[in-house]
Design a protein around this ligand. Structure first.
Ligand code: BYC
Ligand code: FE
Ligand code: FE
Length: 472
């Protein structure tokens, strides 16, 4: 069955907001604040309209509709995946009981906290990407940026709906606070570290959508397992949109590596900066940075929070239902990567404590896919250099490695040795200046900046030359 979405409503939705006057009034009174936030903190570039995808239905027959729309008129809505009324809780101490349609009192604070943390990241990323429109390498890329931005805005709506619908007055206050914290702000920063970093250029943007949106994929995947059914259904729908964000990162980096490889061949040198390219070692340093700050988003390797969330049924494991164990984990142990007596080793801990480590390792495995693709591109161009994922202990601010100094190739070092080598591992001022110098907008149809190859395909079957964005 497909429930279609009525775009005549002020807040398009498939959760019958109109049937609950209190909720409708609460969301309608939050909406102007959101629109105000969007105009102040959202995309700074002025455009007439953009070729965007909007959710129109939630069902098998597809859910997306493409059209040129003015950004401020984009219809941010509330869409949940269809309800399965037989759904039972897949893990934890309530395993096998019916999924919750309301929030149990004893889990109110924890669930609210998880929803607020998730909700906080969504507008943060829009704020981080605010200025990128001014330097888009093509109209196709500009359109993809805005698509990601409007959907992250919608993900904020998704969490705000849950706060308003299920968490009463405290939820409404948290919904307000989501518009007041800002990425990088001194007095009211965003909650998680990576969301207070800058995304000043498009290489950073592609790294962010590859590595940081992918944390989103894994965190949403665990919340999709939640016993709280409205959260589960929300996350299931968000994951459909998330796939495109990661596509933007994956193919964006494919195209950067392709262009760099072409220039290396053409000039028979890895010095491609003068030719308007991004040298491979700069790509590696950006990768090292974004990967390491994204690993921090998984929290500590061992976490009583994670154990409590799991036991309560609030947050599961990646693909919980496919795991072949009792889904309770009370008797199990796990090996966690550690530094033991000054060397890398593992430590055995109760499996329940190791869930952040488990999720992080699923994520790392997924990240390897990009490295394979980019190295295949280098190989196809006859280039011997390779990109790699740094050691999980490199440049970490959270968890067991935070007190250690680890090189990208996995050596434990003294702090001073690490500091003096960091120049060759993390983006330098020279790297950033060079990358910024390449960030000149290209707004003519079918044209592309010097530092990136064009995409293989356009969006929704349109050619690369399509007029994805119109200006005033
Ligand atoms: N920065 O037990 P611990 C996305 C705090 S991305 C700052 O180790 P826990 C998106 C932690 O809150 C997905 N603080 O960790 C991507 C705790 O504080 P309290 C976002 C941190 O709780 C791109 C203390 O340290 N979604 O959607 O197991 C664009 C001890 O924590 C950090 C979620 O994160 C940090 N990096 O796990 C747009 C899902 N790490 O409680 C969007 C919801 C830890 O002692 N969040 N802390 O005051 C969670 O599941 C968990 O809160 C975390 C942390 C995984 C983040
Ligand atoms: Fe999101
Ligand atoms: Fe995303």
């Amino acid at each position: 069955m497909t429930s279609s979405i009525d775009y005549g409503e002020r807040i398009p939705n498939n959760v019958d907001i109109a049937g609950d006057r209190r909720l409708q009034r609460a969301l309608e009174s939050w909406q102007p604040g959101f629109l105000n936030w969007w105009s102040e903190m959202g995309p700074a570039l002025d455009t007439k309209d953009v070729y965007l995808r909007t959710a129109v239905a939630v069902g098998r027959e597809g859910w997306a509709h493409f059209d040129h729309v003015a950004l401020p008129d984009y219809r941010w809505g509330v869409f949940l995946a269809e309800r399965n009324s037989d759904r039972t809780i897949p893990f934890g101490e309530h395993k096998g009981k019916p999924a919750w349609q309301q929030v149990p009192g004893e889990y109110r604070a924890d669930l609210q906290r998880l929803i607020v943390v998730q909700g906080d990241t969504e507008p943060a990323s829009v704020e981080q990407q605010r200025l990128l429109g001014a330097s888009a390498p093509s109209l196709y890329d500009l359109r993809n940026l805005f698509q990601v931005n409007v959907e992250e805005g919608r993900h904020l709506w998704a969490m705000v709906y849950l706060l308003h619908a299920y968490f009463g007055r405290a939820g409404r206050e948290e919904a307000e606070a989501l518009l007041h914290r800002n990425s990088g702000s001194d007095d009211a920063p965003r909650i998680l570290g990576a969301f207070n970093e800058e995304t000043p250029d498009w290489l950073s943007f592609f790294m962010f959508t590859y590595f940081t949106d992918r944390d989103g994929k894994y965190q949403l995947g665990t919340l999709k397992e939640s016993a709280f059914d409205p959260l589960s259904r929300t996350c299931e729908f968000m994951l459909k949109e998330e796939a495109h964000h990661m596509f933007v990162g994956t193919t964006g980096l494919d195209r950067v590596v392709t262009r760099t490889a072409e220039l290396m061949r053409e000039h028979d040198s890895d010095e491609v900066a003068a030719a308007g390219g991004i040298p491979l070692d700069v790509v590696q340093r950006y990768l090292n940075f974004h990967y390491s700050v994204s690993l921090d988003l998984f929290g500590s390797e061992t976490s009583t929070n994670a154990a409590n969330y799991f036991t309560a049924g609030l947050k599961g494991r990646w693909q919980e239902e496919r795991r072949k164990d009792d889904h309770l984990l009370t008797e199990d142990t796990a090996q966690v990567d550690s530094v033991v007596d000054g060397r890398f080793g593992t430590e055995e801990v109760p499996a329940l404590l190791a869930l952040n480590h488990d999720l992080r390792n699923e994520y790392i495995r997924d990240c390897q896919g990009g490295l394979k693709r980019w190295n295949r591109i280098l190989e196809e161009h006859g280039i011997d250099d390779r990109l790699y994922l740094p050691h999980a202990g490199f440049n970490r601010g959270v968890g067991r490695y935070a007190d250690h100094h680890v090189s990208p190739d996995g050596r434990l070092m003294s702090e001073s040795d690490w500091q003096s080598a960091a120049e060759s591992w993390l983006p330098t001022d020279v790297d950033k200046t060079h990358v910024m110098s390449l960030m000149k907008p290209v707004y003519e149809r079918g044209r592309i900046a010097s530092w990136i190859a064009p995409p293989r395909n356009g969006i929704n079957g349109q050619p690369f030359e399509y007029d994805y964005v119109h200006f005033n």
